[in-house]
Write a protein that binds this ligand. Structure first.
Ligand code: XUL
Length: 527
């Protein structure tokens, strides 16, 4: 009988599942549920509650309904869920879920004759969950930073300076705005540990990968940092889950899923992690020095490292990696949403967008764009607004090139502290299927870019983590043995840098850096 492992990815806009066959070394099925399209009753826009773009929340019940829907679809497909030996998952990072006593208590008694959302009705002390796109906690970041001795201390202690989207500042804001609701909160989970708790029907732990995205964890010890907890909100330690290594087993699957979807009662649930730590595994980044870029809702740059090292400018983060090492993560919020914004403004299909990239020249005749359609995380830009220089708004093809060049040049500039010049880049995420975009990436980074066959790197990484967690107990396989058959870059689809473009981009990058600096200093000159 095949040994199957399931990886789930609860991301901003969708829930995806990747089912792998460990013995055959292949992906059996990949399925996805889109929040906006498949669950229209929640009326989300790109998976979030419509709002002012600064406070950005989503509903935990939406994630629960998506889980029921996805597992129902898997059960109705050819997939044999009774052969699944282990499940793990990946959650959009930083989002937090607030359970009251009732919600926490219900986890152990999920009733299969109702939906998950019905089971947990009235179980939340905060009706909605702030997610990683939220930028509303600058004041709280400042307060936490002051209490911990300044930005470099916060970074040294927790792996990152205080960031608006991190769970700690979000918890502080909740405590300040609604102290009574904070008081009755029994447990504050991350999206990852919340979903893991539901699957295992018990309070699951946070792993050091996702825990590092809270400004609450001691990055070296991988334990809660008392000083950070005190700086955030009173009595916080009793409200947080445990921190456990990401290979830990949280428990057998809850009977709810056995009865409803046909899982075996012996199926084990592992601790979940964040989407970026999971992508590291899904992309086979198991050796230090390897780098990858994920082109998703946000674009992220990732690399593995042995010791936590932070940037002097306070850019980027250090998280725990599922291998037990560390990883760097540098997040650019204006990823696919900015690409789509420009494409739609031009009235182009994706095909026309690619053609526009093909028919325009590298360096774009000096035309540049800072694609800050939303406030930006890297570099820190609180005031949203797309900026253009030497660029006619009406020139569709030049705008398409400008958005992609702007994204890639920003990535090159702001990741140099972590990796000056990568030898190669593994690339994943929705936009990684677009070779015209990858050519710009290869030219600007001046290295070969390897796309992956699956664009579900995070869900695959979660499935591989499940496999590793369950198998390492009995078989002593290394990470290399585990990732090798699955996490293979597509060498045939490799995109190599074009020599002749090197000098053009060396110059263009300097001009771009100066332009970015100018705009960062003048602040709100949004076009
Ligand atoms: C990482 C970050 C995003 C989310 C999106 O710090 O904020 O990549 O994890 O899923």
């Amino acid at each position: 009988m095949s040994r199957l492992f399931l990886g789930l990815d609860s991301s901003t806009q969708s829930l995806s599942g990747v089912l792998i066959d460990a013995d055959a070394g292949e992906i059996v099925t990949e399925l996805s549920v889109s929040f906006d399209q498949d669950l229209p009753q929640y009326d989300t826009r790109n998976g979030t509650i419509p709002g002012d773009g600064v406070t950005v929340h989503s509903q935990p019940e939406l994630w629960l309904d998506a889980l029921d829907l996805l597992l129902g679809r898997l059960r109705d497909s050819e997939a044999d869920l009774s052969s699944v030996c282990g499940i793990s998952g990946s959650g959009q990072q930083h989002g937090s879920v607030y359970l009251n006593e009732q919600g926490l208590g219900r986890l152990g008694f999920l009733d299969a004759s109702h939906s998950l959302a019905e089971n947990l009705r009235n179980g939340f002390s905060r009706a909605t969950s702030p997610i990683w796109m939220d930028a509303s906690t600058s004041e709280e970041c400042h307060e936490i930073t002051e209490a911990l001795g300044g930005p470099s201390d916060v970074a040294r202690l927790t792996g990152s300076t205080a960031f608006e989207r991190f769970a700690g500042p979000q918890i502080r804001k909740f405590y300040k705005n609604d102290p009574e609701a904070y008081r009755v909160t029994a447990r504050i989970h991350l999206v990852s540990s919340f979903m893991a708790s539901v699957l295992s029907g018990r309070d699951a732990a946070v792993d050091p990968g996702d825990g590092a995205g809270m400004n609450l964890m001691d990055i070296r010890e991988k334990t809660w940092l008392d000083a950070a907890l005190d700086a955030t909100a009173p009595d916080l330690s009793g409200k947080l889950p445990q921190i456990r290594e990401s290979s830990s087993i949280s428990g057998p699957i809850s009977p709810y899923f056995v009865q409803k979807y046909g899982f075996s009662p012996t199926c084990r649930c592992l601790v979940w992690s964040g989407d970026n730590p999971c992508s590291v595994i899904g992309l086979g980044l198991i050796k230090t020095g390897m780098t990858a870029i994920s082109l998703g809702t946000s674009d992220t740059f990732m690399g593995l490292m042995t010791e936590p090292r932070v940037s002097e400018q306070g850019e980027g983060h250090v998280f725990g990696a599922p291998t037990g090492d560390y990883m760097t993560l540098i997040c650019f919020r204006n990823g696919s949403l900015a690409r789509e914004h420009v494409r739609e403004a031009c009235g182009y299909s994706w095909e026309a967008f690619s053609q526009a990239l093909e028919q325009t020249l590298p360096g774009n005749g000096g035309g540049m764009m800072l694609p800050w359609v939303e406030s930006e995380i890297t570099p820190h830009v609180p005031t949203a607004g797309l900026r253009r220089k030497n660029l006619d708004e009406q020139d569709g093809p030049a705008n398409c090139r400008a958005v992609i060049e702007g994204q890639m040049m920003a990535m090159k500039l702001h990741t140099a502290w972590a990796c000056e010049s990568p030898g190669s880049i593994y690339v994943t995420g929705g936009a990684s299927v677009n070779r015209s975009i990858l050519q710009v990436m290869a030219d600007i980074f001046d290295c070969t870019v390897y796309p992956f066959r699956t664009t579900n790197g995070a869900a695959l990484g979660a499935a591989l983590r499940a496999y590793q967690g369950v198998e390492s107990m009995t078989r002593g396989q290394t990470w290399r043995d585990i990732v090798q058959p699955f996490a293979v870059p597509d060498h045939q689809q490799a995109v190599r840098p074009i020599r002749a473009h090197r000098t053009i981009y060396t110059e263009h990058l300097k001009a771009f850096e100066a332009y970015e600096q100018e705009e960062l200093q003048t602040g709100d000159s949004a076009a």
